[in-house]
Design a protein around this ligand. Structure first.
Ligand code: BES
Ligand code: MN
Ligand code: MN
Length: 485
């Protein structure tokens, strides 16, 4: 388990990776604790390195420190990428092998102080917390020294450190195997994390109590699993009674394992479905960061936790459910379970909690990967300004997003049912599936007047067989900005 600490200088480091844009290595690379011979080695290493997502090289020399690595970032990025180049930072950090060296440190040369959060978040991502390997993994501790182009240290505020830590812990929850990270276990961890924050009220609604609260979708999806489905609600009141900031709710899909239900997933499709609680992990991390730093407005968290299992009590194709909204849903695919959980979650947030802006985060569709891929989450929202804000915040935090169409009158038809208000899955799989899944969720709050932002992070939450913590930084910044406008 790598502890990441921040420092102003290299102190006792024995292995140092220098990360900087190419033009810094070509020009006036700040000195930061290297003697002349070490510096010559470093510049020689960096000389021939380039690449769209950065590249790294290292050497052992008769210098101090003995191990020196160069991580060279590209000078330019596309406009759909983050200017801080977090992907390149994570890549050169991993490729350099710094994590396996003695007393490792990273000097992070930033061209803009605004790049600090995405940059340290990228480094955090390069050192995942979860491991069940029988031998202790390196590094146990790594020092990061962020500096500007002149070599002056850039201070790391506690807020940024928290976001990095909470994103790493979100990834840890995703990486944990599904039998360990069942709904009860996830709720227990979340509760413990939330209890340590000042004046946060926590409530858990589990098993048949869900029926009392009309959370029929969460109940149906999770009721046949060994471990009962549940909704964890956390609330923090506004600082001032008459706060101008809107009440914002964060709702997360927490399917701790998605077998597909009776519409069982094929071989090859079920593996990695421990990651189907990536949305819940992201909103939990964001709520911790926001509530912990004294966010001004009222803030609510709704984690919808269930295992989509099979058994005699499983919900079935052809079943009709009434959801929290009062609308009825004919089940035509038990593998489209996430939207049932979220429809309840967002309706509960809007109607019962009184939220005015509702964010939901979910590993909702495979179609998200086809549409916007592994790097960009898909965002669907009923508010134009919030859509633009999300794209901007994505570029600022490094958790990239790209909008998909929102058009209820065009997509609701895909969900038509002869016997209920709607079905849970589309007729035509080749008609904007990710938008239709989002539309399903929205149709359960379309009468409430709330502003709603849906983030489908199926791809970005889990890459290269690892949780990423995607969404924590994005949602923290998005809530902050949404509350200011
Ligand atoms: N959890 C999956 C979506 C998913 C797929 C996440 C791949 C991450 C990687 C979701 O519950 C699901 O099964 N979606 C189906 C919906 C379909 C049955 C309408 C899908 O996307 O295929
Ligand atoms: Mn599914
Ligand atoms: Mn799922």
């Amino acid at each position: 388990v790598a502890r990441i600490t921040f420092a102003k200088d290299l102190r006792s480091a024995e292995s140092v990776l220098f990360i900087a844009p190419k033009r810094a290595f070509d020009g006036d690379l700040p000195v930061v604790g290297l003697d002349d011979s070490a510096r010559r080695v470093l510049l020689a290493l960096a000389k021939d390195l380039s690449g769209a997502n950065g590249s790294a090289a290292s050497s052992i020399a008769e210098t101090r420190p003995r191990w020196i690595g160069a991580g060279v970032l590209p000078d330019e990025v596309a406009r759909y990428n983050a200017p801080s180049r977090p992907e390149a930072i994570a890549r050169v950090t991993q490729a350099s092998g710094i994590g396996t060296k003695e007393k490792p440190a990273i000097v992070l040369v930033l061209e803009d102080e605004a790049h600090l959060l995405p940059a340290i978040n990228a480094i955090g991502r390069a050192f995942p917390l979860y491991s069940r390997r029988s031998k202790k993994e390196k590094p146990e501790r790594i020092t990061v020294v962020p500096v500007d182009r002149s070599g002056a240290p850039i201070p790391v505020p506690a807020t940024a450190q928290n976001i990095m830590t909470f994103a790493r812990e979100a990834a840890l929850l995703v990486d944990t195997p599904p039998t360990d990270m069942n709904p009860a276990a996830l709720a227990k961890i979340a509760k413990k994390q939330l209890e340590s924050i000042d004046s946060v009220k926590i409530r858990q609604i589990a098993g048949d109590d869900l029926l009392e609260e009309r959370l029929f979708g969460v109940h149906a999806v999770g009721r046949c699993a060994l471990d009962a489905p549940r909704v964890l609600v956390a609330r923090k009141k506004a600082k001032k009674k008459k706060s101008a900031a809107p009440h914002i709710a964060l709702v997360g899909k927490g399917v701790t394992f998605d077998t597909g239900g009776l519409h069982l997933k094929q071989r090859g499709m079920m593996e990695t479905m421990k990651s189907d609680m990536g949305g819940a992990a992201a909103v939990l991390g964001a709520f911790r960061a926001l509530a912990g730093r004294g966010y001004g407005g009222e803030l609510s968290l709704v984690l919808c936790l269930a295992e989509n299992a099979i058994g005699p009590g499983a919900y079935k194709p052809d079943d009709i459910l009434e959801l929290h909204s009062g609308k009825t849903v004919e089940i035509n695919n038990t593998d489209a379970e996430g939207r049932l959980l979220l429809a309840d979650g967002v309706s509960f947030a809007a109607r019962d909690l009184g939220a005015e802006i509702v964010f939901d985060a979910a590993t909702l569709t495979g179609a998200q990967l086809i549409a916007t891929g592994l790097m960009h989450a898909a965002v669907v929202t009923n508010d134009d300004a919030l859509e633009r804000m999300m794209v901007e915040v994505g570029r600022a935090t490094g958790d990239l997003v790209h909008p998909l169409p929102f058009a209820p009158e065009l997509y609701q038809a895909e969900l038509q049912s002869p016997v209920a208000d709607m079905r849970n899955s589309v007729k035509n799989r080749n008609n904007a599936q990710a938008s239709c899944a989002a539309q399903f969720i929205f149709s359960h709050i379309d009468d409430t007047g709330v502003k709603w932002v849906h983030v489908d992070l199926a791809g970005p939450a889990f890459r290269n067989d690892r949780g990423t913590g995607f969404g924590v930084a994005l949602l923290v910044e998005a809530v902050q900005r949404a509350s200011e406008n």
